[in-house]
Design a protein around this ligand. Structure first.
Ligand SMILES: NC(=O)c1ccc[n+]([C@@H]2O[C@H](COP(=O)([O-])OP(=O)(O)OC[C@H]3O[C@@H](n4cnc5c(N)ncnc54)[C@H](O)[C@@H]3O)[C@@H](O)[C@H]2O)c1
Length: 392
């Protein structure tokens, strides 16, 4: 991707800092640009085995007053966030180092520190409380190249009822996103595949999206090309235990920019369906998104406003004058990439036990999800259920 240092990413307020490694002094300096004095830093992490992160956390204790909270689970629960909130006394900055689950947890905690109350009160379609104040200064440092949460104004939380809710407000944006290549150098292949597919899904869902405009389409085309160029190479680097810094750096940036893009348009049908898979069957977020991506590609590709950007993406890889051939070549490229990365395509491969008769029982509610309403062409049971049934 082109250098982003001086680019306006759809007026996204998050400042991106790109580094290949990060030491404790540099991080402290970055925090000091946000507040006059850093009296205390609260770190939100999980137990992902990332040596460089553990070293940084060890070292920063020598130069700053810190608390480290590590109770985050995948698809973060409001109950864990409540527990962590009770342990934060007074803090100047919150720093989240992790995948989407950690970054969303840090986002919720930074919001709760200034707005008060419990996260549960802010969720649902008719919440008891609304976000009114800007979050505490927040720095997000991703350890997966996928969610783009470091750039978005939303967090996704599993409520006490077991449902996943998206909570969003421009007041929730992080101040800084530090993209540190070192943290994703040793990601295992399956995690690269699922989180990378999530990033690609973000970019493509901003194309088959009723809120798309010329600017979001332009960025989505650029990001999609970068992900298609780098994801499989990064995956193979992990499989062959010979990872390449450049592919990781490119994926981290593409994922962040995809985050800035869907933060403007919202996501669409694939994400609405993925929430059911995560809520009812505990499917990891990235795999849940990848599961229907190619089906939704097929369903959407003929609409002119979708076709034109897909043709542009395809032209980066293929030389042909026929638009339909370019689209079908792009589809085949993605299909073979997903196969090579062993992304599940049937419910059985996904580890989900479901019969054809149960599709409506589970997926019915996805049609009440506002994300589903962003889809173009319009998502209906008539165009979604046939491919879900085929996966049984
Ligand atoms: N806020 C947003 O804009 C946004 C966007 C998309 C997804 N999400 C949310 O993000 C969550 C998914 O995040 P995710 O896909 O990054 O996964 P994750 O954060 O749930 O992490 C998945 C697993 O990978 C481990 N892990 C993380 N980094 C690692 C590394 N470098 N090496 C080895 N293991 C590592 C974690 O410890 C965890 O066990 C979901 O809750 C999803 O709803 C949020």
């Amino acid at each position: 991707m082109k250098d982003i240092t001086n680019r306006n990413l759809l007026n996204n307020p998050v400042k991106i800092v790109q580094v290949d490694s990060l030491d404790s002094k540099t991080l402290l300096k970055e925090c000091l640009t946000l507040v006059k004095s850093v009296k205390h830093i609260t770190f939100i992490v999980d137990n992902a085995p990332i040596e460089a992160k553990n070293t940084l956390l060890k070292e920063i204790k020598n130069i700053a007053n810190v608390t480290i909270l590590d109770e985050v689970q995948p698809n973060p629960r409001t109950i864990d966030i409540k527990n962590m909130a009770s342990k934060i006394k007074a803090t100047s900055v919150i720093v989240g180092i992790g995948g989407g689950s950690v970054m969303d947890s840090a986002k919720a905690l930074a919001m709760l520190m200034t707005n008060g109350g419990e996260l549960e009160d802010y969720l649902s379609n008719n919440p008891k409380r609304k976000i009114e104040k800007e979050s505490l200064p927040l720095v997000l440092i991703p350890t997966t190249a996928g969610t783009g949460s470091e750039m978005t104004k939303v967090g996704v939380y599993t409520s006490l009822s077991g449902r996943k809710y998206t909570l969003g407000s421009p007041l929730m944006h992080a101040k800084k996103a530090i993209l540190n290549t070192e943290y994703i150098l040793n990601m295992p292949p399956a995690l690269i595949a699922s989180t990378g597919a999530d990033a690609l899904d973000h970019a493509l869902e901003t194309i088959w999206n009723k809120n798309a405009n010329d600017e979001t389409r332009k960025l989505a085309i650029e990001v999609s090309i970068s992900i298609i160029e780098n994801l499989l190479k990064m995956y193979n680097g992990a499989v062959n235990k010979n990872q390449n810094v450049e592919y990781c750096r490119n994926m981290l940036l593409a994922s962040a920019v995809a985050g800035a893009t869907f933060s403007t348009t919202g996501t669409a049908a694939g994400h609405a369906l993925s929430f059911v898979l995560s809520e009812d069957f505990h499917v990891p977020h990235g795999s849940a998104c990848a599961f229907t991506l190619l089906d939704i590609f097929k369903m959407s590709k003929d609409l002119q406003s979708v076709k034109a950007p897909l043709v542009e993406i395809s032209k980066a890889f293929f030389n042909d004058d026929d638009e339909d051939i370019l689209i079908s070549k792009l589809y085949e490229k993605l299909n073979s990439m997903f196969k090579e990365m062993k992304l599940p395509t049937t419910f059985k491969e996904l580890g989900v036990k479901i019969s054809k008769d149960e599709i409506d029982v589970h997926f019915n509610r996805a049609f009440d999800d506002p994300k589903m309403w962003n889809q173009i062409p319009k998502a209906t049971k008539e165009n979604i259920y046939p491919f879900l049934v085929e996966k049984c």
